[in-house]
Write a new protein. Structure first.
Length: 488
């Protein structure tokens, strides 16, 4: 190998020699060198491309880091390669945790996992293949989120614009989730439709399945034959409930947004015997006959309507006598009191400022007739007004916790959500929405810019702390489930 050759040329020659005679286990076996070449082509920058070419040579070939140092590869490349090399006897989770300590290693490992996943998904399915796919998907979710955070953290915000702050605590918007396990990946068009910004992967982790199973048992919903999901969105809430309703034969969703009507999936398992349909319609005027459904339900819908009692009366109307209305709605204001390990805990003024800002925006949203974001507290009174007899009120046992290294699929999704909020310059609402709510709630328009900048700084602090692996929080929230019976 000529000393004058570029580092990238030398890495190519070294990788070809090291992997000579090795076979990549694709459906049609191919020379192993094609795998690192594909990984190299997926990343930018000389350091990342060199690391991509050599990412398997220490682990799988007779090459050492000391040899690479003698061959002239610089220390930054060697550090990245050390992070990318799984050590003998090392648990996979510990290995991935080491990868997360090097930004270049994260990018290379993402490309490596994507190529390996493409290959494994094309193989005949065996327990070993399924286990690898699950392990790779979990690692990929975490690393993609961290990669996104790093790219967002390094990008300056455009001048003259105020970005959003990701919430400190958990705030629930309109969509729901499947409990306990992730839903099958769907291609979702988020370019239109109400609450489009909130159809992200973290919604797949809103509920603990065993908690919902307990609720179904306590409310004796096991014999439910027909279900209506009002404001179904993409069907997350239905997909959480339907696996727990063994007698279900009909599941219907209704939503005012045609974008979601076209894309919603109401059952998680294609083998479910229940027939499903999704139609366009509003909660204030449901397009169904009286007394048609055993169970009528909604999740984070009433926080968006002015006439809560009117929607509940419609839900009651289409419920059969003796049937049940089940509503999941939050107190989002409470989430503002949830702290993280990097919150300004000793600064009471910062806490009261954040709480007052959110409360003012929430009050303005309600004043404009766009719904009470903490309506969950008031559901029993609204149920009584709608003619429903309240039989139970539950508080979800689910939190949204974060702790290093954020390696579970749920935490990776939460990390991704925070990074996305920053990238899209979105707090709980966009800046324009928040300004409109703040002034409608009685806030001084002259104070808005500073308050918004403070929320932005809080979110940037959280994102930086996640990137550095120092943010932790139990992530508490308040989500109510309130059940009422329609009188016979």
């Amino acid at each position: 190998m000529k000393p004058s050759a570029s580092l990238l040329d030398r890495a190519i020659h070294l990788a070809v020699d090291a992997h000579l005679g090795q076979t990549y286990p694709s459906p049609v076996p191919e020379p192993y060198i094609l795998h690192p070449l594909r990984v190299m082509a997926s990343v930018d920058g000389e350091r990342a491309q060199i690391a991509a070419l050599l990412h398997d040579v220490v682990e799988d070939c007779a090459v050492t880091l000391d040899q690479l140092e003698r061959d002239g590869f610089p220390s930054p490349v060697l550090r990245t390669l050390d992070c990318l090399t799984r050590r003998e006897g090392e648990e996979y989770s510990a290995y991935i945790e080491r990868v997360t300590t090097d930004a270049t290693a994260i990018r290379v490992k993402v490309a490596d996992l994507e190529d390996n996943l493409r290959n494994n998904r094309s193989l005949d399915r065996t327990p070993d293949v399924d286990a690898r796919i699950q392990r790779y998907e979990s690692a990929l979710g975490l690393l993609e989120s961290l990669s996104r955070i790093q790219s967002v953290q390094c990008a300056p915000l455009s001048s003259g614009r105020h970005g959003p702050s990701a919430p400190t605590g958990s705030t629930h918007n309109r969509t729901g989730s499947r409990a306990g396990k992730r839903t099958q990946a769907m291609t979702v068009d988020r370019s239109s439709g109400h609450s489009a910004a909130f159809f992200d992967e973290q919604r797949d982790y809103w509920w603990n399945e065993d908690f919902l199973r307990l609720v179904v048992s306590r409310l004796q919903l096991g014999s439910t034959h027909s279900l209506l999901d009002v404001g179904c969105g993409l069907g997350h809430w239905s997909r959480a409930l339907t696996p727990l309703l063994p007698a279900l034969t009909e599941c219907v969703g209704v939503d005012p947004e045609m974008a979601w009507v076209k894309q919603a999936t109401l059952v998680a398992d294609d083998r479910s015997p229940a027939t499903t349909s999704v139609i366009e319609g509003r909660g204030e005027q449901l397009p169904f006959p009286d007394g048609h459904f055993d169970l009528v339900t909604c999740q984070t819908v009433l926080i968006h309507v002015a006439g809560v009692a009117a929607v509940l009366r419609e839900m009651c109307r289409v419920t059969r006598p003796g049937g049940m209305v089940l509503v999941a709605e939050p107190n989002n204001l409470a989430g503002q009191l949830v702290r993280t390990s990097v919150s300004p805990q000793a600064d009471r003024r910062a806490l009261t400022s954040a709480l007052a800002f959110y409360a003012t925006c929430e009050a303005g949203k309600a004043a404009l007739g766009e719904g009470d974001n903490s309506v969950g507290d008031l559901l029993p009174a609204y149920f009584a007004e709608a003619g429903l007899g309240v039989v139970a009120c539950f508080l979800s046992d689910k939190t949204s916790p974060l702790w290093p290294p954020y390696s579970s699929p749920e935490q990776a999704a939460l990390v991704e959500a925070r990074a996305t909020a920053l990238a899209e310059e979105r707090w709980f609402w966009s800046r324009d929405q928040a300004h409109r709510y703040f002034t409608a709630g009685g806030g001084d328009a002259a104070e808005f810019a500073d308050a918004w900048s403070s929320r932005l700084e809080e979110m940037r602090t959280d994102v930086a702390a996640i990137r550095d692996g120092v943010l932790s929080t139990a992530g508490g929230s308040m989500m109510y489930l309130v059940a009422g019976i329609k009188p016979a």
